[in-house]
Design a protein around this ligand. Structure first.
Ligand code: GCU
Length: 666
């Protein structure tokens, strides 16, 4: 059957490995659930559909345990080692048990069982116990009511607002299945640059129609809210968070929302950022704004995710310090159902950034992680970039907030500072394209978010291998090749776009392609020259103690490394330092030569990736093979474009020749 990528990692094509298939078929006959609920039905349906596809065999739902053995038993039971969503899978007397404290764990356990089969694991002694490390695991859609997606590269929005609530696209259910299969338990449906329309009864009914589809899959809906909604759609003259009428408006609105969507999750708020309205418009603070909304949602157990993506337009300042200064002073003052949503790095989803200095700096305020799955600065949906190594680099980074081992992951899972709750989200890369993400391999970034949110100790390699086997092929050589391409892809991209700690050299506004010469824009900190600071002496933004001292926002242990030009790892060198062109680096090359070698090496590696892809042909679907091949061609052309644009531009400052044996751009 031709595969166009629609079925994602839930493809369920017959297992290629005949002996594995035969052995699974022999040991699995039926499914039995000790209780009934819409979630348990969803789990059973998935098991039946999945196993039918994989094994070519009908798995019947039985009303009592079949004495013939080979039952998959879904069972709610009290197990102290499991959290509410956790599960245990084990085999006993020829039957397989999926057990959990709640229907949630049964759902997640069922998907795990299928994953075991899809990735050809040995089921005979299966014994898995698993709990999610982070409580709220969300996608953030930057989707607009008119169907467009901010920074979306895979077609239009999945949500057909003009048809809802009357027409329910079957795709909504497939979306829910995909998310449930990787443990995602919430979705923010609309853009952070939010339309106030979502606060109208008309739209809330549409939102409920989606919530209804997602409910059996344990996915809660959330909305981004426009802070000025009381003015925009409420008819009030102000949105001042300390105004009693405004506060009442939000309380009434919360009541209305929950009367329509009883399990509504809460709000995401982008306030006083990039022109969006917020409490500062009324000389109030982030705390005033967030707490007002939090108090309105509190009676219904809703939460507020208040974003920390704020920065001022100061040509002499350092944008990467702004959020820290705006938020750190408020530590401990946010209401108990507020969580502050922080992007992984202090700038904006660059190919490489150091972790955000707020992580570890707000022990009394739960902080959550915002990753970006959609490749805004990463070549859109045309470049192959596997993001797991990038996410892991941040999660594994040590903040030293409570001494060695205080990783960012331990901040956001709540364990380091004993936060009241924990959350992580990814800005979705999905759209109406048949294959959901445009680039067929972009699917893995969605998959990764869910898997890492559940268990950030999984390696990039394991996640890649699972996804390849479930989605593309189980042929060992092909798996190894695709995995190799994926694992190196992020570093390759960094090299041809922004090596050695460079950042934000992308085309103005669109953020695609190189434009290092950009020196004028709507704001000084939207230009490239603001960030790279190239001059005749050298290159890079001095954020050390002799410069903006952004490095001073990190723990002393980190300052000692990143703050010193000698000790700073090369990947962050030009992020923190302005380095002389002729400075000898630990690689033995001068800065200029190293820069050239990285740009050339990156572009060369894409060429190699193209060559690696060709022999994969017999082992994967033709349509996907051809699609990826074409995208790799674009990626190579564009890697060369990046290389030539940046090298030639920086050369006007360095005045040095392109080192041998690299060839001059033609
Ligand atoms: C980036 C992106 C914007 C987005 C913003 C945000 O700046 O370019 O489109 O709105 O991030 O995260 O709010």
């Amino acid at each position: 059957k031709a595969d166009d990528g629609y079925r994602l990692w839930l493809k369920y094509d017959p297992l290629q490995d005949a002996s594995k298939r035969a052995s699974y078929s022999k040991s699995i006959n039926s499914v039995y659930a000790s209780q009934e609920s819409s979630t348990i039905s969803a789990a059973v349906e998935e098991l039946q559909m999945g196993l039918k596809g994989l094994l070519g065999k009908n798995i019947t739902l039985v009303k009592s345990m079949d004495s013939k053995r080979g039952n998959i038993v879904l069972k709610i039971e009290n197990n102290e080692k499991l959290s509410e969503e956790g599960y245990r899978i084990f085999s006993q007397n020829g039957n397989f048990y999926i057990s959990s404290k709640s229907e949630k764990g049964l759902l997640y356990g069922s998907y795990e069982f299928l994953r075991q089969v899809q990735t050809l694991q040995d089921l005979s002694k299966i014994n898995i116990e698993s709990n999610p490390k982070i409580k709220l695991r969300l996608l953030n859609h930057w989707d607009n009511p008119n169907g467009t997606i901010e920074r979306g590269y895979a077609g239009a929005s999945l949500w057909k607002w003009h048809e809802l609530p009357y027409v329910i696209d079957p795709r909504y259910k497939d979306y829910a299945r995909a998310n449930a299969s990787i443990g995602i338990n919430g979705t923010v449906l609309n853009n952070v640059n939010a339309s106030a329309r979502f606060m109208t009864a008309e739209y809330l009914e549409k939102v409920e129609a989606l919530a209804k589809v997602f409910r059996p899959y344990q996915i809660k809906v959330f909305l981004s809210v426009r802070f000025s909604a009381p003015r925009n759609v409420g008819g009030l003259p102000t949105a001042d968070p300390l105004d009693p009428q405004v506060r009442q408006w939000w309380k009434d609105k919360a009541k209305e929302i929950y009367s329509i969507i009883p399990d509504f999750g809460g709000f995401v708020v982008k306030a006083n950022s990039e022109g969006e309205p917020g409490p500062q418009d009324y000389n109030r603070t982030h705390v005033d704004g967030a707490n007002m909304l939090a108090e309105a949602l509190e009676p219904f157990n809703g939460i507020v995710m208040w974003r920390a993506f704020v920065y001022k337009a100061d040509p002499n300042g350092d944008r990467t310090k702004e959020a820290y200064y705006e938020f750190k002073p408020f530590d401990g003052q946010f209401h108990k159902n507020v969580i502050v949503q922080v992007k992984n790095g202090p700038l904006d989803f660059q190919p490489r950034e150091p972790f955000h200095p707020l992580f570890g700096a707000m022990p009394q305020t739960p902080l959550m992680m915002e990753f970006q799955l959609t490749q805004e600065y990463l070549g859109f949906a045309t470049h192959l970039v596997y993001e797991a190594p990038m996410f892991k680099e941040v999660l594994d980074a040590d903040t030293y907030a409570k001494g060695k081992g205080s990783t960012v992951a331990k901040v956001i899972d709540g364990s380091l500072h004993n936060y009241r709750f924990s959350a992580i989200c990814g800005v979705a890369n999905t759209g109406s394209d048949r294959n959901w993400t445009g680039h067929p391999i972009g699917q893995v970034n969605w998959y990764t978010l869910g898997r890492l949110a559940w268990d950030y100790s999984l390696s990039s390699e394991q996640i890649a291998e699972e996804w390849i086997k479930m989605t593309l092929t189980t042929q060992p050589k092909a798996v190894a090749t695709i995995k190799d391409m994926m694992l190196k892809s992020r570093e390759v991209m960094v090299n041809y776009m922004t090596p050695l700690g460079l950042h934000h050299l992308m085309g103005e506004g669109i953020h695609y392609g190189p434009q290092p010469w950009l020196d004028k824009s709507g704001r000084p900190d939207w230009t490239s020259t603001y960030y790279h600071r190239a001059d005749t002496i050298g290159l890079g933004f001095n954020r050390s103690a002799t410069g903006s001292n952004a490095v001073g926002l990190y723990a002393p242990e980190i300052q000692a490394v990143w703050g010193s030009e000698e000790n700073c790892p090369l990947e962050f060198l030009l992020w923190f330092h302005h380095v002389r062109w002729d400075k000898k680096l630990p690689t033995g090359k001068s800065l200029w030569d190293e820069l050239c070698f990285r740009y050339y090496g990156g572009a060369e590696e894409v060429k190699k990736m193209q060559e690696q892809w060709i022999p994969i042909k017999p082992f994967i679907d033709k349509e996907i093979f051809t699609d990826v091949l074409g995208r790799l061609q674009i990626q190579h052309r564009e890697a060369v474009w990046w290389r030539d644009a940046c090298v030639l531009y920086f050369q006007t400052f360095s005045k040095k020749p392109i080192p041998e044996p690299l060839e001059k751009p033609k």
